[in-house]
Design a protein around this ligand. Sequence first.
Ligand SMILES: [Cu+2]
Length: 512
Amino acid sequence: MAEKVYTDYFYDKSAFNTHDGGYVPLEESQTPPQPLNIPAVLAPDQETNSDMYYTITAQTGETQLLPGAKTKTWGYNSSLLGKTIIFKNGKTIHLHLENKLTELTTFHWHGLNIPGPIEDGGCHAPVYPDGSRDVTFKINQPAATCWLHAHPCPSTASQVWHGLATAVVIQDDAEAQLPLPRNYGIDDIPLILQDRRFHENNQWDYQADYDPDGVQGPTAMINGTINPYFDVTTQRLRLRILDGANRREWRLHFSDNLEFTQVASDDGILPEPIKFTHLMTTCAERHEIIVDFGAYKPGDDVVLYSDDTPIVHFRIHQFASDNTKLPPHLVEVPGPEIDAALPVKHVVMSGMDEEVMIDDQKFNMQRIDYKMPLGKCQLWDITNTNNMKGGMIHPYHMHGTAFKIVSRNGHAPYPNEYGLKDVVSVNPGEHVVLKVWYDVAGIFMYHCHIIEHEDGGMMAQLQVVDPADPEHKYQLMDHETLMTAFAKERGVSMDDLWLGGMESYRKMGMQM
Ligand SMILES: [Cu+2]
Protein backbone atom coordinates (compact mmCIF):
# COMPACT_ATOMS: atom_id res chain seq x y z
CA MET A 1 0.00 0.00 0.00
CA ALA A 2 1.30 3.45 -0.88
CA GLU A 3 2.26 5.61 2.09
CA LYS A 4 -0.06 8.48 2.86
CA VAL A 5 1.28 11.84 1.65
CA TYR A 6 -0.43 14.93 3.04
CA THR A 7 -0.82 17.67 0.47
CA ASP A 8 -2.51 20.53 2.32
CA TYR A 9 -1.71 22.93 5.12
CA PHE A 10 -4.54 21.80 7.45
CA TYR A 11 -5.06 25.23 8.96
CA ASP A 12 -8.20 27.27 8.20
CA LYS A 13 -7.38 29.14 5.03
CA SER A 14 -9.64 31.99 6.11
CA ALA A 15 -7.34 32.54 9.07
CA PHE A 16 -4.10 32.71 7.09
CA ASN A 17 -2.41 35.99 7.92
CA THR A 18 -2.80 36.97 4.27
CA HIS A 19 -6.40 37.93 5.08
CA ASP A 20 -5.42 40.60 7.58
CA GLY A 21 -5.42 44.15 6.26
CA GLY A 22 -1.87 44.68 7.50
CA TYR A 23 -0.43 41.63 5.76
CA VAL A 24 2.88 42.20 3.98
CA PRO A 25 3.40 39.61 1.22
CA LEU A 26 6.89 38.28 0.64
CA GLU A 27 8.63 39.51 -2.50
CA GLU A 28 11.19 37.60 -4.51
CA SER A 29 14.62 38.94 -3.63
CA GLN A 30 16.45 40.90 -6.32
CA THR A 31 19.82 40.70 -4.54
CA PRO A 32 22.48 38.38 -5.97
CA PRO A 33 22.28 34.84 -4.53
CA GLN A 34 24.33 34.32 -1.35
CA PRO A 35 25.51 31.06 0.21
CA LEU A 36 23.16 30.18 3.07
CA ASN A 37 24.74 31.12 6.39
CA ILE A 38 25.34 27.98 8.42
CA PRO A 39 25.90 29.20 11.97
CA ALA A 40 29.05 27.81 13.58
CA VAL A 41 28.59 25.58 16.60
CA LEU A 42 29.22 27.45 19.86
CA ALA A 43 32.34 26.01 21.50
CA PRO A 44 32.16 25.37 25.24
CA ASP A 45 34.58 27.20 27.54
CA GLN A 46 35.10 23.93 29.36
CA GLU A 47 33.67 20.42 29.21
CA THR A 48 33.73 17.45 31.56
CA ASN A 49 31.91 14.12 31.38
CA SER A 50 28.95 15.59 33.20
CA ASP A 51 29.16 19.37 32.82
CA MET A 52 29.38 21.95 30.03
CA TYR A 53 30.39 25.59 30.47
CA TYR A 54 29.55 28.34 27.97
CA THR A 55 29.75 32.10 27.71
CA ILE A 56 26.89 33.61 25.74
CA THR A 57 27.20 37.27 24.80
CA ALA A 58 24.40 39.44 23.46
CA GLN A 59 26.10 42.01 21.27
CA THR A 60 25.62 44.53 18.50
CA GLY A 61 27.31 44.31 15.14
CA GLU A 62 27.05 44.95 11.43
CA THR A 63 26.15 42.35 8.83
CA GLN A 64 26.52 42.42 5.04
CA LEU A 65 22.97 41.46 4.10
CA LEU A 66 22.52 43.47 0.91
CA PRO A 67 25.01 44.98 -1.56
CA GLY A 68 26.21 48.34 -0.22
CA ALA A 69 26.02 49.41 3.39
CA LYS A 70 26.09 46.80 6.12
CA THR A 71 22.99 46.50 8.30
CA LYS A 72 23.20 47.22 12.04
CA THR A 73 22.22 43.95 13.68
CA TRP A 74 22.27 42.15 17.04
CA GLY A 75 23.28 38.60 17.83
CA TYR A 76 24.63 36.06 20.30
CA ASN A 77 28.41 35.69 20.00
CA SER A 78 28.04 36.96 16.45
CA SER A 79 26.78 40.04 14.64
CA LEU A 80 23.40 38.53 13.73
CA LEU A 81 21.36 35.68 15.25
CA GLY A 82 24.02 33.44 16.80
CA LYS A 83 26.01 30.27 16.89
CA THR A 84 24.19 26.96 17.18
CA ILE A 85 24.26 25.69 20.75
CA ILE A 86 24.39 21.92 21.21
CA PHE A 87 23.34 20.45 24.56
CA LYS A 88 23.46 16.73 25.39
CA ASN A 89 20.65 15.25 27.47
CA GLY A 90 21.75 14.51 31.03
CA LYS A 91 24.48 17.13 31.15
CA THR A 92 24.58 20.02 33.58
CA ILE A 93 24.96 23.32 31.78
CA HIS A 94 26.72 26.32 33.32
CA LEU A 95 26.11 29.57 31.48
CA HIS A 96 27.80 32.91 31.81
CA LEU A 97 25.34 35.29 30.14
CA GLU A 98 26.80 38.65 29.15
CA ASN A 99 25.05 41.75 27.88
CA LYS A 100 27.16 43.97 25.61
CA LEU A 101 24.11 45.79 24.22
CA THR A 102 23.17 49.31 25.23
CA GLU A 103 19.89 48.10 26.75
CA LEU A 104 18.74 45.35 29.09
CA THR A 105 17.91 41.94 27.70
CA THR A 106 17.08 38.43 28.89
CA PHE A 107 18.17 34.99 27.65
CA HIS A 108 15.10 32.75 27.26
CA TRP A 109 15.58 29.04 26.55
CA HIS A 110 12.55 28.32 24.42
CA GLY A 111 11.64 24.63 24.71
CA LEU A 112 13.90 23.73 27.62
CA ASN A 113 12.34 22.01 30.62
CA ILE A 114 14.28 24.05 33.16
CA PRO A 115 13.16 25.94 36.28
CA GLY A 116 11.65 29.42 36.04
CA PRO A 117 11.63 32.31 36.23
CA ILE A 118 15.42 32.84 36.40
CA GLU A 119 16.95 29.89 34.52
CA ASP A 120 14.09 30.02 31.96
CA GLY A 121 15.20 33.56 31.18
CA GLY A 122 11.85 35.25 30.70
CA CYS A 123 11.14 38.83 31.72
CA HIS A 124 12.02 38.27 35.40
CA ALA A 125 15.70 37.63 34.65
CA PRO A 126 17.08 40.84 33.13
CA VAL A 127 20.76 41.29 32.39
CA TYR A 128 21.65 44.97 32.27
CA PRO A 129 24.16 46.57 29.85
CA ASP A 130 27.74 45.56 30.68
CA GLY A 131 26.32 43.19 33.24
CA SER A 132 26.16 39.42 33.40
CA ARG A 133 24.24 36.60 35.03
CA ASP A 134 25.32 33.02 35.73
CA VAL A 135 22.78 30.22 35.57
CA THR A 136 23.05 26.46 35.88
CA PHE A 137 20.53 23.84 34.84
CA LYS A 138 20.42 20.19 33.90
CA ILE A 139 19.14 19.00 30.54
CA ASN A 140 16.41 16.42 31.09
CA GLN A 141 14.45 15.97 27.88
CA PRO A 142 14.55 14.18 24.52
CA ALA A 143 16.53 15.28 21.47
CA ALA A 144 14.95 18.32 19.82
CA THR A 145 15.50 21.62 18.06
CA CYS A 146 14.87 24.44 20.52
CA TRP A 147 16.03 28.03 20.51
CA LEU A 148 17.40 30.88 22.52
CA HIS A 149 15.83 34.31 22.20
CA ALA A 150 15.50 37.57 24.08
CA HIS A 151 12.37 38.00 26.25
CA PRO A 152 12.41 41.38 28.05
CA CYS A 153 8.80 42.54 28.41
CA PRO A 154 7.55 44.61 26.68
CA SER A 155 10.40 44.74 24.18
CA THR A 156 10.84 41.08 23.21
CA ALA A 157 9.62 41.67 19.65
CA SER A 158 12.03 44.51 18.97
CA GLN A 159 15.02 42.57 20.29
CA VAL A 160 14.19 39.43 18.31
CA TRP A 161 13.70 41.66 15.24
CA HIS A 162 17.18 43.09 15.75
CA GLY A 163 18.55 39.54 15.70
CA LEU A 164 18.56 38.00 19.18
CA ALA A 165 17.57 34.44 18.27
CA THR A 166 19.59 31.29 17.67
CA ALA A 167 19.12 27.54 17.36
CA VAL A 168 19.64 25.17 20.30
CA VAL A 169 20.01 21.49 19.43
CA ILE A 170 19.44 18.85 22.11
CA GLN A 171 20.96 15.44 21.47
CA ASP A 172 20.15 12.13 23.14
CA ASP A 173 20.81 8.41 22.73
CA ALA A 174 17.41 7.56 21.21
CA GLU A 175 17.85 10.07 18.38
CA ALA A 176 21.44 8.87 17.86
CA GLN A 177 20.12 5.36 17.09
CA LEU A 178 17.85 6.53 14.26
CA PRO A 179 18.97 6.55 10.61
CA LEU A 180 18.76 10.36 10.35
CA PRO A 181 21.29 12.73 8.79
CA ARG A 182 23.28 14.38 11.59
CA ASN A 183 26.44 15.73 10.01
CA TYR A 184 26.01 19.36 11.06
CA GLY A 185 26.43 21.86 8.27
CA ILE A 186 26.58 19.14 5.59
CA ASP A 187 23.35 17.16 5.75
CA ASP A 188 21.84 18.55 8.96
CA ILE A 189 21.22 22.29 9.03
CA PRO A 190 19.07 24.79 10.91
CA LEU A 191 16.71 26.86 8.78
CA ILE A 192 15.63 29.93 10.71
CA LEU A 193 12.83 31.66 8.81
CA GLN A 194 12.46 35.40 9.32
CA ASP A 195 11.35 38.42 7.33
CA ARG A 196 12.57 42.00 7.35
CA ARG A 197 11.99 45.36 5.68
CA PHE A 198 15.07 47.30 4.64
CA HIS A 199 14.92 51.08 4.93
CA GLU A 200 17.33 53.78 3.85
CA ASN A 201 20.97 52.73 3.68
CA ASN A 202 20.01 49.04 4.16
CA GLN A 203 18.93 49.58 7.79
CA TRP A 204 16.05 48.11 9.79
CA ASP A 205 13.59 50.43 11.54
CA TYR A 206 11.42 48.51 13.97
CA GLN A 207 9.38 51.47 15.12
CA ALA A 208 8.61 52.60 11.56
CA ASP A 209 7.40 49.09 10.72
CA TYR A 210 5.46 48.61 13.97
CA ASP A 211 2.13 46.80 13.78
CA PRO A 212 0.43 45.64 17.00
CA ASP A 213 -0.57 42.44 15.18
CA GLY A 214 3.06 41.65 14.43
CA VAL A 215 5.81 43.28 12.43
CA GLN A 216 6.53 41.90 8.97
CA GLY A 217 8.82 42.71 6.09
CA PRO A 218 8.65 41.77 2.41
CA THR A 219 12.13 40.23 2.33
CA ALA A 220 12.71 36.68 3.53
CA MET A 221 15.84 36.29 5.66
CA ILE A 222 16.94 32.69 6.19
CA ASN A 223 19.65 32.07 8.83
CA GLY A 224 20.44 35.76 8.41
CA THR A 225 20.96 35.42 4.64
CA ILE A 226 19.04 37.24 1.92
CA ASN A 227 18.32 35.19 -1.24
CA PRO A 228 20.28 32.14 -0.06
CA TYR A 229 21.35 28.99 -1.82
CA PHE A 230 22.64 25.81 -0.21
CA ASP A 231 25.01 23.38 -1.92
CA VAL A 232 23.50 19.90 -1.62
CA THR A 233 26.21 17.23 -1.47
CA THR A 234 24.20 14.39 0.08
CA GLN A 235 21.07 12.68 -1.17
CA ARG A 236 19.22 13.25 2.08
CA LEU A 237 19.17 16.59 3.88
CA ARG A 238 17.76 17.26 7.34
CA LEU A 239 16.31 20.73 7.77
CA ARG A 240 15.62 21.94 11.31
CA ILE A 241 13.01 24.54 10.43
CA LEU A 242 12.30 27.25 13.01
CA ASP A 243 9.71 29.94 12.39
CA GLY A 244 11.73 32.73 14.00
CA ALA A 245 9.56 35.49 12.54
CA ASN A 246 7.77 37.94 14.80
CA ARG A 247 4.44 37.27 13.17
CA ARG A 248 4.70 35.55 9.77
CA GLU A 249 3.29 32.13 9.00
CA TRP A 250 5.24 30.27 6.34
CA ARG A 251 3.43 28.01 3.88
CA LEU A 252 6.28 25.84 2.67
CA HIS A 253 6.55 23.67 -0.41
CA PHE A 254 9.28 22.71 -2.85
CA SER A 255 9.44 22.93 -6.62
CA ASP A 256 7.95 19.89 -8.39
CA ASN A 257 5.81 19.41 -5.26
CA LEU A 258 8.74 17.37 -3.95
CA GLU A 259 7.71 15.16 -1.05
CA PHE A 260 9.49 15.46 2.27
CA THR A 261 9.23 13.65 5.57
CA GLN A 262 8.71 15.30 8.93
CA VAL A 263 10.54 13.47 11.71
CA ALA A 264 10.36 15.89 14.64
CA SER A 265 8.22 18.69 16.00
CA ASP A 266 9.02 21.34 18.62
CA ASP A 267 10.35 19.21 21.47
CA GLY A 268 11.28 15.88 20.00
CA ILE A 269 11.14 13.14 17.42
CA LEU A 270 7.67 12.19 16.17
CA PRO A 271 6.34 8.71 16.96
CA GLU A 272 6.32 8.03 13.23
CA PRO A 273 7.58 9.85 10.14
CA ILE A 274 4.92 11.81 8.23
CA LYS A 275 5.13 12.62 4.51
CA PHE A 276 4.08 15.98 3.16
CA THR A 277 4.23 18.12 0.06
CA HIS A 278 3.06 21.24 1.95
CA LEU A 279 3.75 22.38 5.49
CA MET A 280 2.58 25.48 7.29
CA THR A 281 4.47 26.72 10.31
CA THR A 282 3.36 29.40 12.72
CA CYS A 283 5.59 31.51 14.92
CA ALA A 284 8.12 29.71 17.14
CA GLU A 285 7.19 26.21 15.92
CA ARG A 286 9.93 23.80 14.86
CA HIS A 287 9.67 21.09 12.23
CA GLU A 288 12.53 18.78 11.38
CA ILE A 289 12.14 17.42 7.87
CA ILE A 290 14.16 15.06 5.71
CA VAL A 291 14.33 15.99 2.04
CA ASP A 292 15.40 13.29 -0.42
CA PHE A 293 17.00 14.73 -3.55
CA GLY A 294 17.47 11.26 -5.14
CA ALA A 295 15.43 12.22 -8.22
CA TYR A 296 17.74 15.15 -9.06
CA LYS A 297 21.10 15.40 -10.82
CA PRO A 298 24.05 17.77 -10.51
CA GLY A 299 23.18 21.23 -11.78
CA ASP A 300 19.52 21.02 -10.76
CA ASP A 301 18.03 23.75 -8.59
CA VAL A 302 15.34 22.72 -6.12
CA VAL A 303 13.47 25.69 -4.70
CA LEU A 304 11.79 26.05 -1.33
CA TYR A 305 8.86 28.44 -1.53
CA SER A 306 6.63 30.17 0.98
CA ASP A 307 3.35 30.72 -0.86
CA ASP A 308 4.68 31.66 -4.33
CA THR A 309 7.91 33.32 -3.21
CA PRO A 310 11.21 31.42 -3.51
CA ILE A 311 13.04 31.58 -0.18
CA VAL A 312 15.92 29.06 -0.50
CA HIS A 313 17.56 27.49 -3.55
CA PHE A 314 19.07 24.03 -3.11
CA ARG A 315 21.81 23.58 -5.71
CA ILE A 316 22.30 19.91 -6.43
CA HIS A 317 25.84 18.56 -6.68
CA GLN A 318 27.21 15.04 -7.06
CA PHE A 319 26.25 12.86 -4.11
CA ALA A 320 26.57 9.22 -3.11
CA SER A 321 23.40 7.20 -3.41
CA ASP A 322 21.61 6.93 -0.06
CA ASN A 323 18.37 5.02 -0.03
CA THR A 324 18.12 4.73 3.73
CA LYS A 325 14.54 3.98 4.73
CA LEU A 326 13.18 5.35 7.94
CA PRO A 327 11.54 2.79 10.22
CA PRO A 328 7.75 3.14 10.49
CA HIS A 329 8.08 3.76 14.23
CA LEU A 330 10.68 6.24 15.49
CA VAL A 331 10.36 6.80 19.25
CA GLU A 332 8.02 6.40 22.19
CA VAL A 333 6.71 9.83 23.10
CA PRO A 334 6.58 10.33 26.86
CA GLY A 335 3.38 11.50 28.51
CA PRO A 336 1.99 10.76 31.98
CA GLU A 337 -1.63 9.85 32.72
CA ILE A 338 -4.01 12.72 33.41
CA ASP A 339 -4.66 13.28 37.12
CA ALA A 340 -8.43 12.87 37.43
CA ALA A 341 -8.54 15.09 40.53
CA LEU A 342 -7.40 18.17 38.60
CA PRO A 343 -10.06 20.26 36.80
CA VAL A 344 -9.67 21.19 33.14
CA LYS A 345 -7.79 24.50 33.01
CA HIS A 346 -9.33 26.90 30.47
CA VAL A 347 -7.35 29.62 28.69
CA VAL A 348 -9.04 32.11 26.35
CA MET A 349 -7.04 34.14 23.84
CA SER A 350 -9.06 37.07 22.54
CA GLY A 351 -8.71 40.12 20.36
CA MET A 352 -6.47 41.55 17.71
CA ASP A 353 -4.38 44.72 17.48
CA GLU A 354 -4.08 46.50 20.83
CA GLU A 355 -7.04 44.56 22.30
CA VAL A 356 -5.23 41.24 22.67
CA MET A 357 -5.67 39.54 26.04
CA ILE A 358 -5.62 36.21 27.82
CA ASP A 359 -8.64 35.48 30.01
CA ASP A 360 -9.80 39.10 29.64
CA GLN A 361 -6.62 40.50 31.18
CA LYS A 362 -3.35 41.83 29.94
CA PHE A 363 -0.11 40.47 31.36
CA ASN A 364 1.02 41.74 34.75
CA MET A 365 4.48 40.62 35.80
CA GLN A 366 3.57 40.68 39.50
CA ARG A 367 0.39 38.63 39.15
CA ILE A 368 0.35 34.82 39.34
CA ASP A 369 -2.60 33.81 37.18
CA TYR A 370 -2.70 30.12 38.00
CA LYS A 371 -1.08 27.46 40.14
CA MET A 372 -0.62 23.81 39.26
CA PRO A 373 1.18 21.06 41.11
CA LEU A 374 4.61 19.81 40.05
CA GLY A 375 4.63 16.38 38.43
CA LYS A 376 0.85 16.11 37.92
CA CYS A 377 -0.69 15.99 34.45
CA GLN A 378 -3.68 18.19 33.66
CA LEU A 379 -5.88 18.93 30.64
CA TRP A 380 -5.63 22.51 29.40
CA ASP A 381 -8.26 23.76 26.96
CA ILE A 382 -7.01 26.69 24.87
CA THR A 383 -9.61 28.77 23.01
CA ASN A 384 -9.14 31.44 20.35
CA THR A 385 -12.37 33.45 20.41
CA ASN A 386 -11.20 35.71 17.63
CA ASN A 387 -13.46 34.35 14.88
CA MET A 388 -14.44 37.62 13.22
CA LYS A 389 -13.67 37.96 9.52
CA GLY A 390 -9.94 38.22 9.16
CA GLY A 391 -9.44 36.62 12.56
CA MET A 392 -5.96 35.44 13.36
CA ILE A 393 -4.31 32.22 14.32
CA HIS A 394 -2.66 32.62 17.71
CA PRO A 395 0.35 30.35 18.24
CA TYR A 396 0.02 29.45 21.94
CA HIS A 397 3.30 28.78 23.79
CA MET A 398 4.14 27.57 27.29
CA HIS A 399 7.50 28.08 28.97
CA GLY A 400 9.39 25.38 30.84
CA THR A 401 7.67 22.28 29.52
CA ALA A 402 6.50 20.34 26.50
CA PHE A 403 2.88 19.29 26.10
CA LYS A 404 0.92 16.81 24.02
CA ILE A 405 -1.99 17.84 21.84
CA VAL A 406 -5.15 15.83 22.58
CA SER A 407 -7.69 17.34 20.19
CA ARG A 408 -8.72 20.27 18.00
CA ASN A 409 -12.41 21.17 18.38
CA GLY A 410 -12.97 17.60 19.51
CA HIS A 411 -11.25 16.15 16.44
CA ALA A 412 -7.87 14.47 16.14
CA PRO A 413 -4.78 16.71 16.04
CA TYR A 414 -3.00 17.22 12.72
CA PRO A 415 -0.88 14.18 11.71
CA ASN A 416 2.40 15.89 12.73
CA GLU A 417 1.05 16.85 16.17
CA TYR A 418 1.59 13.54 17.97
CA GLY A 419 5.02 14.45 19.31
CA LEU A 420 6.02 16.82 22.10
CA LYS A 421 5.32 20.48 21.44
CA ASP A 422 5.54 23.81 23.21
CA VAL A 423 3.70 25.87 20.60
CA VAL A 424 0.27 25.07 19.20
CA SER A 425 -1.44 27.23 16.66
CA VAL A 426 -5.08 27.81 17.53
CA ASN A 427 -7.38 28.71 14.65
CA PRO A 428 -10.06 31.41 15.09
CA GLY A 429 -13.07 29.91 16.82
CA GLU A 430 -11.15 26.78 17.73
CA HIS A 431 -10.34 25.19 21.06
CA VAL A 432 -7.35 22.91 21.43
CA VAL A 433 -7.00 20.49 24.33
CA LEU A 434 -3.52 19.79 25.69
CA LYS A 435 -2.00 17.42 28.22
CA VAL A 436 0.24 19.63 30.36
CA TRP A 437 2.70 18.56 33.03
CA TYR A 438 5.83 20.06 34.57
CA ASP A 439 9.00 18.29 35.72
CA VAL A 440 10.41 21.49 37.24
CA ALA A 441 8.92 24.02 39.67
CA GLY A 442 8.82 27.76 39.23
CA ILE A 443 7.08 30.67 37.55
CA PHE A 444 6.42 30.21 33.85
CA MET A 445 4.80 32.35 31.19
CA TYR A 446 2.19 31.19 28.71
CA HIS A 447 1.34 33.41 25.78
CA CYS A 448 0.70 34.01 22.11
CA HIS A 449 3.97 33.79 20.17
CA ILE A 450 3.08 36.49 17.70
CA ILE A 451 5.68 38.46 19.56
CA GLU A 452 3.90 41.81 19.36
CA HIS A 453 0.81 40.15 20.86
CA GLU A 454 2.96 38.88 23.71
CA ASP A 455 4.49 42.33 24.33
CA GLY A 456 0.99 43.80 24.04
CA GLY A 457 -0.23 41.74 26.97
CA MET A 458 -1.51 38.46 25.47
CA MET A 459 0.42 36.64 28.14
CA ALA A 460 -0.11 35.19 31.61
CA GLN A 461 1.98 33.23 34.08
CA LEU A 462 1.56 30.19 36.25
CA GLN A 463 3.34 28.91 39.31
CA VAL A 464 4.24 25.24 39.26
CA VAL A 465 4.11 24.36 42.93
CA ASP A 466 6.56 21.90 44.45
CA PRO A 467 4.66 20.08 47.24
CA ALA A 468 7.94 19.94 49.20
CA ASP A 469 8.16 23.75 49.12
CA PRO A 470 4.61 25.06 48.58
CA GLU A 471 5.23 28.51 50.07
CA HIS A 472 8.28 29.27 47.95
CA LYS A 473 8.50 33.03 47.34
CA TYR A 474 9.77 34.13 43.96
CA GLN A 475 11.31 37.50 43.28
CA LEU A 476 9.27 38.89 40.42
CA MET A 477 10.20 41.93 38.35
CA ASP A 478 7.61 44.47 37.22
CA HIS A 479 7.06 46.47 34.05
CA GLU A 480 7.76 49.77 35.81
CA THR A 481 11.27 48.70 36.82
CA LEU A 482 12.13 47.40 33.35
CA MET A 483 10.65 50.40 31.55
CA THR A 484 12.43 52.84 33.86
CA ALA A 485 15.67 51.03 33.00
CA PHE A 486 14.94 51.18 29.25
CA ALA A 487 14.25 54.93 29.52
CA LYS A 488 17.48 55.52 31.41
CA GLU A 489 19.49 53.39 28.96
CA ARG A 490 18.09 55.38 26.05
CA GLY A 491 18.53 58.70 27.80
CA VAL A 492 14.85 59.63 27.44
CA SER A 493 12.10 60.49 29.90
CA MET A 494 9.41 57.91 30.66
CA ASP A 495 6.99 60.09 28.67
CA ASP A 496 9.23 59.85 25.62
CA LEU A 497 9.99 56.14 25.96
CA TRP A 498 8.68 54.07 23.05
CA LEU A 499 8.44 50.30 23.38
CA GLY A 500 6.04 48.50 21.04
CA GLY A 501 4.02 46.67 23.67
CA MET A 502 3.38 49.82 25.74
CA GLU A 503 0.94 51.17 23.17
CA SER A 504 -1.32 48.16 23.55
CA TYR A 505 -1.75 48.88 27.26
CA ARG A 506 -2.07 52.64 26.84
CA LYS A 507 -4.64 52.48 24.07
CA MET A 508 -6.74 50.15 26.22
CA GLY A 509 -6.32 52.49 29.21
CA MET A 510 -4.64 49.70 31.15
CA GLN A 511 -1.79 49.81 33.65
CA MET A 512 1.33 47.83 32.96
CU1 LIG B 1 -1.71 36.26 18.96
